[in-house]
Write a protein that binds this ligand. Structure first.
Ligand code: ADP
Ligand code: MG
Length: 335
């Protein structure tokens, strides 16, 4: 049965010339391009933690690869190969076909070959490892931000968290850190809900942007846990501080139509799962950044500044500091 499942996966693998030996032996044999460094990242998706129970199999397949490719994007690396560890409660061929369809759709878009993995029975859990290549000395690291850098973000952060808040409101569950106010308006139309849900279920890894930022950005991270929380990782690694202007955060039309200004700002500042890139670059690079936004076909917005302090401050329209109980998602948080 296990081998039946593996055969279904193997049928959909994207071919690559540098895969000397793929699925089927005890290990894959890969031929990295001469002189390149390998960039390796791994992320796990657990049902109920990383995607809502009942998420379509194809969306889980897409997202499992997307969150991993996003890590390569944040390093400026070019994706090449991946492995997949799949744990599922029963050998459900229909579910697996859906999963593989979503996974393969994104894999072929970025020419990533699935070269091996493991298939086991257990609670639904998906773990992917991606391997990419990057020119030595050009990777985008968290520890290279400098005082005086601009802070930029791609896309429209907050959409995925907005979708989750709407789902939780529909289920009669309060969002985990909603406080006294309810996030969802009573009558949010279907169109914005669908477009926010698409951003939660099928995030877009910013591979082209990450590659284009080599030699331009100083530091970079992908926003998986929340903008403030992830920017704080850059600050800690670089021994600098940052100030963010909340009014500068670009909101999608869908997010703006579904939430009041205050909830929207909280979702944008602290909501995770967007897989946008947050990066720092010197003010001298503003024109270069703007032109590569057009090139990469993604919106880039300057949202703040790196300073010589430490920690991240978020200022509202009146210049007052705003803080929320949680700056982002954490596993094993005390709550
Ligand atoms: P082994 O027992 O030697 O680890 P397995 O029987 O687990 O081998 O797997 C057989 C082949 O199928 C190996 O090449 C393995 O990498 C591949 N494989 C198993 N599960 C998956 C999966 N979920 N996705 C991709 N390849 C897989
Ligand atoms: Mg095995």
């Amino acid at each position: 049965m296990e081998f039946d499942l593996i055969a279904r996966i193997r049928n959909r693998v994207v071919p690559r010339g540098d895969v000397v030996l793929g699925i089927g032996d005890d290990a894959a044999l890969l031929q990295p391009p001469p002189g390149m460094q390998l960039a390796v990242a791994m992320d796990t998706l657990n049902a109920g933690v990383h995607f809502p129970h009942g998420t379509a199999a194809a969306d889980i397949g897409w997202k499992a690869l997307a969150v991993n490719l996003s890590d390569l994007a944040a390093m400026g690396a070019q994706p090449a190969w991946c492995t997949l560890s799949l744990s599922m409660p029963q050998a459900d061929a229909a579910w697996l076909d859906g999963f593989v369809e979503g996974f393969a759709a994104l894999a072929s878009r970025h020419e990533v070959a699935l070269v091996g993995g493991d298939t086991t029975s257990g609670p639904l859990s998906v773990c992917v490892t991606v391997h990419g290549v990057v020119e030595p000395g050009t990777a985008l690291r968290r520890d290279r931000a400098r005082a005086g850098d601009d802070v930029w973000v791609s896309g429209t952060p907050g959409d995925a968290a907005g979708a989750l808040a709407l789902l939780q409101a529909a289920d009669g569950l309060a969002p985990p850190d909603a406080g006294p106010t309810r996030d969802a308006r009573p009558h949010v139309p279907d169109a914005p809900i669908a477009s926010l849900r698409a951003r939660l279920d099928r995030p877009t890894p910013r591979i082209g942007l990450g590659r284009a930022l080599r030699g331009v950005a100083h530091a970079c991270i992908d926003v998986s846990d929340g903008l403030l929380a992830d920017l704080a990782h850059i600050c800690a690694a670089s021994a600098v501080g940052a100030t963010i202007e909340l009014t500068a955060l670009p909101a999608s039309a869908a997010l703006a139509s579904a939430f009041d200004a205050d909830s929207r700002q909280r979702l944008q500042a602290t909501g995770g799962d967007d897989y946008e890139l947050c990066f720092t670059a010197p003010p001298a690079a503003r024109r270069a950044v703007s032109s590569l936004a057009a090139q990469a076909g993604v919106q880039l917005t300057r949202i703040g500044r790196i300073d010589a302090g430490h920690g991240v401050r978020a200022l509202d329209a009146g210049g007052r500091e705003r803080a929320w109980p949680r700056a982002g998602f954490e596993h094993f948080s005390a709550a």
